[in-house]
Design a protein around this ligand. Structure first.
Ligand code: KIV
Ligand code: ZN
Length: 515
């Protein structure tokens, strides 16, 4: 029988540490639900002690998720660990993940602790955590740059105290595949009680080798847990990409001889959801989830594919959840057809009122756009979920004028609480004019960090999906808006970001304190 690799997803924690990728509580719950559909084994929902917002988000994820283990990160001290345990109270299955740096540089400069003090604190923290949870993971932060003899002592010590998973991060993305694999192997060979815990890898992508290093940690080193994120989101250059790990294990089962429990057909929906919520667009040539990952343009390739798909394809687009741009519904489609398509797409609608609201959005879109694709339906449902998070500002309409050689003008009408407001402004372009018009009324003074437009499907009929990232008072929020008119999509995205700034429970401090 092939060995099982545990997939530990840290999109909601390490992924969230990407500058600008902070998520609200409701966004984390939406992603966690998708991670559960993906059947990840462990969902690291956040770092409970880092902020009240993250504590609430972890509690909400713990209550929402039924099948996956829910985990919180904690520094290796009693206060953080207690906070993690409290946040995880509602979880069906919970894990506390304590970390402490073990490299000479981190111990001396960051922690200002001697190696003996670090060893004692690591052991004490795991002893403490084991009183609060059965499932306790220890991470030796900057583990790959730690001294082997010392790291062996730390790992042996924490396993004796009851750590059930040992994670050896390459925190700064310094490792290379063979060296990292050998490093894990040496540790497992030298630590006398190594068989009492599951070994885990956690690799950053600074040199573009996170996936290769993680796979080497499994193949050469004998690790059986991989920590990863959807779309490879994470600090700096990111973390190990979940979709690449899963498809490498699956496509090269002949070599790895390993299985994981992931439902690969949920990979693309997960990728799109994470990209939409964080505003991190997936590069077109990204493996597995990039828009071009299964596109064949050269004539020779197309000819080969038509004769036999195996000539140029090692994976099937449909196996990872790429819908084939099927026209599914149109103006004349009824409520039942809409509901059935949602079910086929695996989108759960809990309340009848939510279905009605989503159907109204569908009808409005179908009036503007004759062909409705699966991607459009997914965007409608994301809009509906975002609307549930509370809309103080709500887009109503927009009219706009631009002419070569003249400054564009825009008039935007939107709700502010229970009142309607209209404002006109000029700008460098039509988008700028529309956002200026909104800003004239709202006067948020927020700094614009990002503005991006993406076509949801192909062709000029496509809806535009706009992401706007705003910063104010140390808070960073993302707003997303979709519409066949990209100027209207921009106004919606801006209002959606303003809604989050307006509701403090929907915004959080960006990036956790450490690590
Ligand atoms: O990169 C890292 O070292 C981490 C640990 C806290 C697991 O994210
Ligand atoms: Zn990390």
């Amino acid at each position: 029988m092939s060995d099982k690799v545990i997939i530990f997803d840290t999109t909601l924690r390490d992924g969230e540490q990407s500058p600008g990728a902070s998520m609200t509580k409701d966004e984390k719950v939406r992603i966690a639900r998708q991670l559960e559909r993906l059947k990840v084994d462990v969902i690291e929902a956040g770092f409970a002690a880092s902020s009240e917002g993250d504590f609430q988000a972890i509690s909400a994820v713990a209550a929402a998720v039924k099948d996956s283990i829910v985990c919180s990160l904690a520094r290796a001290n009693d206060k953080d660990i207690t906070r993690a345990a409290d946040a995880l109270k509602a979880a069906n299955a919970k894990r506390i993940h304590a970390f402490l740096a073990t490299s000479p540089l981190h111990m001396a400069v960051k922690l200002r602790m001697s190696p003996e003090e670090v060893l004692e604190q690591a052991k004490r923290s795991i002893r403490f955590a084991r009183n609060l949870a059965e499932d306790v993971e220890f991470s030796a932060e900057d583990g790959y740059r730690s001294e082997m003899d010392f790291l062996c002592r730390v790992v042996e010590g924490v396993i004796n105290e009851g750590a059930t998973t040992i994670n050896i991060p390459d925190t700064v993305g310094y490792a290379t595949p063979e060296l990292y694999g050998e490093f894990i192997k040496t540790l497992r060979t030298r630590v006398p009680n190594s068989d009492k815990a599951v070994w885990s890898v956690h690799c950053h992508n600074d040199l573009g080798m996170a996936v290769a290093n993680s796979l080497a940690g499994v193949k050469i080193g004998g690790a059986r847990q991989i920590e990863c994120t959807v779309n490879g989101l994470g600090e700096r250059a990111g973390n190990t990409a979940l979709e690449e790990i899963v498809m490498a294990l699956r496509t090269r089962k002949d070599y790895f001889d390993m299985v994981c429990g992931i439902d690969a057909t949920q990979i693309v929906p997960a990728s799109k959801l994470v990209s939409q919520i964080t505003g991190f667009v997936v590069q077109p040539n990204k493996a597995v989830v990039g828009a071009n990952a299964f596109a064949h343009t050269s004539g020779i390739h197309q000819d080969g594919i038509l004769k036999n798909r195996d000539t140029y394809e090692i994976m099937r687009a449909e196996d990872v959840g790429w819908a084939t741009n099927k026209i599914v519904l149109g103006k004349l489609s009824g409520r039942n057809a809409f509901k059935q398509r949602l079910q086929e797409l695996g989108i759960a609608i809990e309340a009848e009122a939510d279905l009605n609201e989503a159907f109204v959005r569908f009808k409005t879109l179908a009036d503007q756009k004759s062909e409705i694709f699966d991607e459009d339906i997914i965007a409608i449902m994301s809009d509906s979920a975002a609307a549930e998070e509370g809309e103080f500002y709500k887009f109503i309409s927009l009219s706009q004028h631009s002419e070569t050689g003249e400054r564009p003008k825009s008039k935007v009408t939107f709700r502010v609480g229970d009142k309607e407001a209209s404002s006109e402004a000029e700008g460098n372009g039509p988008v700028d004019a529309s956002l200026n018009a909104i800003e004239q009324i709202v006067k948020s003074g927020a700094e614009q960090l990002l503005y991006s437009v993406n076509a949801i499907t192909s062709g000029t009929q496509s809806q535009g999906e706009v992401t706007v990232r705003l910063a104010k008072g140390g808070r960073i929020v993302n707003g997303v808006g979709t519409d066949p008119d990209i100027i209207a999509a921009s106004a919606k995205a801006y209002l959606s970001a303003l809604n989050k700034l307006h509701d403090p429970s929907q915004a959080k401090l960006n990036a956790q304190m450490t690590p």
